[in-house]
Ligand binder design. Structure first.
Ligand code: UD1
Ligand code: MG
Length: 452
């Protein structure tokens, strides 16, 4: 059976007060609409259709080929939005799932249950509802004596009695496609707002004597819709809690979930401990038995097993096993630390490989460098990799001892087993097993100043 989702995303999201379209605001590191598309995947068989309007260009660009998009212009209500998808889908699907793209917490399993309900429904509509004492402006669900739904009444037109109804319309529906296409043209124009409400299809079905089934959800949190930045933060907190729970169930210790920010798509192995105030972003892969944090920020990085990352920042970097890093270390793009590397406080590494056993205890900058096994980088060592125009490489061999405060003026090579004295400024290659010292600065030529 072909099942296709229509995701409504054309609304303005006025209350966000943002130049960014509402559905592109991130929750746990991914745009809201990403979460909606993920949830849809599990219950549908075809590529989804996203109805775009406000911010259409940005939303369509974000979607790429993950969905077909169709423009709704002007925006005349949720029923009118679904009408825009009709010509794309007519005859090409048996069931249509409709949901709103500003409900990032709605789970795939919930939509799956909804589709199952509709597969067993002789009538044309199944929908999601929830019981709550806090209506949050949701439409009220009116039931017939036999338990089927007779209508959805929007809050602003509801009678005082209807306002007392605790069963609310969540905003997730599964329709029999053929019936839906016929019903859309029968939706009456709402007189107060001049809009066409998708929710009015429920009353149309009921009046035709056809059954509308409702699946009552028990997790109220899943139904949070985002209309303001207050809701955005509520959803973000809830999503983070959900992500943290999953990691904890997988064997990760999270000491303080409330101050641990792990984005969607991060993998963490068992027996790793995440200490408070730690941020793990993007495509990050962390192995087993590590201690990360407190106070660490890790993005798009890979960490092996049994590493310690204390109060440090990693971005696009790789740690092998048993690396001990921090506090206050910074790894930038292309930094790669081998097994048992020790990197102490106030070091920075970029586009460099530190082979197994390298020690770099204090205050160093290593850029565009290859460092051999068991080499010691003394405090304050700098690879002077930039001449003002180009970056140059530094190659340091194995078992080298670089003395404190050495300046290595690249391009340069230091042979295996060599040593540099404290404060050396090294401008020429150093042969194996050789000691170099000194080289104070002296004027060698007059420069021509370039103004940029
Ligand atoms: C809607 C439901 C209400 C339900 C609530 C749950 C209707 C008429 N009412 O109300 O019963 O309880 O959601 O959150 O459907 N959209 C378009 N084009 C439009 C109008 C809206 O694409 O012309 C999109 C919006 O971007 C949004 C979604 O449809 O993603 C819902 O629209 P919104 O205006 O938020 O409807 P509610 O008033 O919240
Ligand atoms: Mg809404």
């Amino acid at each position: 059976m072909r099942v296709t989702a229509i995701l409504l995303a054309a609304g303005q999201g006025t209350r966000m007060k943002s130049s960014l379209p509402k559905v592109l605001h991130p929750i746990a590191g991914k745009p809201m609409i990403w979460h909606a598309l993920e949830a849809i995947k599990q219950s549908t068989t075809e590529k989804p259709v996203v109805v775009v309007g406000h911010g259409a260009e940005a939303v369509t660009k974000y979607l790429g080929d993950s969905a077909q998009s169709v423009l709704q212009e002007p925006q005349l209500g949720t029923g009118h939005a679904v009408m825009q998808a009709e010509s794309l889908l007519k005859g090409k699907t048996d069931l249509v799932v409709v949901c709103y793209s500003d409900m990032p917490l709605l789970r795939g399993e919930t939509l799956q249950a909804l589709v199952e309900t509709q597969k067993n429904n002789n009538g044309p509509i199944s929908m999601l509802t929830v019981h709550s004492d806090h209506p949050r402006g949701f439409g009220r669900v009116i039931r017939n004596a036999d338990g089927t739904v007779s209508a959805i009444v929007e809050e602003y037109v509801a009678t005082p009695e209807q306002l007392q109804v605790k069963e609310l319309n969540v905003g997730g529906y599964c329709f029999d496609a053929n019936w839906l296409w016929g019903a859309l043209s029968r939706i009456p124009k709402n007189h107060k707002k001049g809009e066409y409400y998708l929710t009015d299809t429920v009353e149309l079905a009921s009046k035709d004597g056809l059954a509308v089934h409702a699946t009552v959800m028990d997790d109220l949190e899943e139904t949070i819709g985002v209309n303001t930045r207050v809701h955005l933060s509520e959803c973000d907190v809830a999503m983070r809690r959900r992500i943290n729970h999953q990691h904890m169930l997988n064997g990760v210790t999270i000491v303080d979930p409330a101050s641990t920010y792990i984005e969607v798509g991060v993998t963490i192995g068992a027996d790793t401990v995440i200490m408070p105030n730690t941020y793990i972003h993007g495509k990050t892969l962390i192995g087993e038995g590590n201690v990360i944090g407190p106070n660490s920020i890790i993005r798009d990085s890979k960490i092996g097993n049994r590493c310690k990352v204390l109060a440090s920042v990693m971005d696009g970097a790789v740690l092998e096993n048993d690396v001990d890093m921090g506090p206050f270390a910074r790894l930038r793009k292309g930094a790669h630390l081998g097994n048992h590397v020790h990197m102490g406080n106030f070091g920075e590494v970029k586009d460099s490989h530190l082979a197994d056993g390298v020690k770099m205890g204090h205050f160093s900058y290593i850029g565009n460098a290859q460092i051999g096994v068991n080499t010691n980088i003394g405090a304050g060592t700098i690879t002077c990799n930039y001449d003002g125009e180009k970056k140059h490489a530094t190659e340091i061999g194995a078992d080298v001892f670089i003395g404190s405060d050495t300046m290595l003026v690249a391009p340069i090579k230091i042979g295996d087993g060599a040593r540099t004295g404290a404060g050396s400024v090294v401008t020429k290659n150093v042969a194996e097993d050789t000691l170099v010292v000194g080289m104070p600065a002296r004027a060698i030529k007059k420069l021509e100043r370039k103004t940029k």
